[in-house]
Write a protein of this length. Structure first.
Length: 325
């Protein structure tokens, strides 16, 4: 028994070391893989991060493709969002705008070689691709290379038409659960005071659209602002124990988790203004709509201040925060 345990420990240690070495070498050989790909840049990324953090990484790939006249094929195989191994969750929600029939034939007959990575940094792309990113450029890149599938976009537009109508809607996004490691948490009362401050200065606001990973928060806002029209998307699954839903692939349907995250981000982008905590979900609302006015309730820690929050924080409307009144 002792010999068997020692064998498996040694094998695991060897695999871990081999994986570590392989990841260190990928920035050197991934560019070589792509050189004979017939003008296609093909990546299979198995990243154990959130949906919008993965979309952030796609933007760097799109920027590289635009610079060099390449067509991207990005396969996102994260277990957090795929229904079955071997699928790409990006294909659940987005269409590739650049591929033609010849490209698809090359893909089907195995002529395209994919670089398999767990992080975009392993591709060996220039670091300045991230430094020059703006909200407007990210919006341009996104819609240049992909489009949201029509049935999903029709669903979002129909919801907004029914629920938002001619109302003036203030979007609210509160991210709790695992985000405490990236930004200082804010209390629900702090959120409510900020909402009240904004409404006092903008009395034409007549509705709130609330999105959150915490079900109790949405219910609480409904009670605190019962004099207003409080809306939310009827998500299938929200946390009630402080543990993020998306990092539990065995809990619920992974496709639905991804769809509802994307739906909420798109609906927040359709609001007239947005009050939000640090989160990639609501940060991406500003990529979908770069002109969206934003009030940030908290700022990510300096070592977690990534795009797009780094730019959004610079022009956030801080005057509505309780400590600014």
């Amino acid at each position: 028994m002792h010999t068997r345990k020692l064998y498996w420990r040694s094998l695991t240690a060897f695999r871990d070391f081999a994986g570590y070495v392989g990841n260190k070498l990928k920035p050197f050989y991934c560019p070589l893989q792509q050189k004979r790909n017939h003008g296609i840049y093909a990546v299979n990324m198995d990243a154990k991060i959130g949906l919008f953090a993965q979309l952030n990484q796609c933007l760097r790939i799109f920027a590289h493709c635009e610079r060099h006249g390449l067509k991207p094929i990005v396969f996102l195989s994260s277990p957090f969002y795929v229904r079955a191994k071997g699928e790409s969750w990006l294909e659940y929600f987005f269409e590739n705008r650049k591929l033609d029939e010849n490209d698809r034939e090359l893909l089907e007959n195995g002529s395209i070689k994919f670089s398999h990575v767990s992080d975009v940094d392993q591709l060996g792309l220039p670091t300045n691709l991230a430094l020059r990113m703006t909200l407007e450029y990210a919006n341009h890149l996104l819609w240049s290379y992909v489009s949201i599938k029509s049935e999903l976009m029709d669903y979002v537009d129909s919801f907004a038409e029914r629920q938002f109508g001619n109302r003036t809607v203030l979007g609210i996004h509160y991210r709790g659960t695992d985000k405490k490691s990236e930004a200082k948490p804010v209390t629900w009362e702090y959120v409510a005071t900020t909402i009240s401050n904004y409404i006092a200065a903008n009395p034409h606001v007549d509705s709130l659209f609330v999105a959150s990973d915490e079900a109790d928060f949405i219910e609480w806002i409904g009670r605190e602002f019962k004099h207003m029209n409080v809306l939310s998307h009827d998500d299938t699954l929200r946390s009630r124990n402080g543990i993020a839903i998306h990092v539990q692939p065995a809990l619920g349907d992974n496709y639905t988790k991804g769809k509802e995250a994307l739906v909420n981000s798109l609906l927040l982008a359709k609001c007239d203004a947005l009050i939000r905590t640090s989160s990639f979900l609501s940060a991406w609302s500003s990529i979908f709509n770069p002109s969206l006015p934003v009030i940030m309730l908290n700022r990510p820690f300096d070592d977690k201040l990534w795009f797009p929050d780094a730019l959004i924080a610079q022009k956030a409307l801080n005057e509505y925060l309780p400590n600014k009144i």
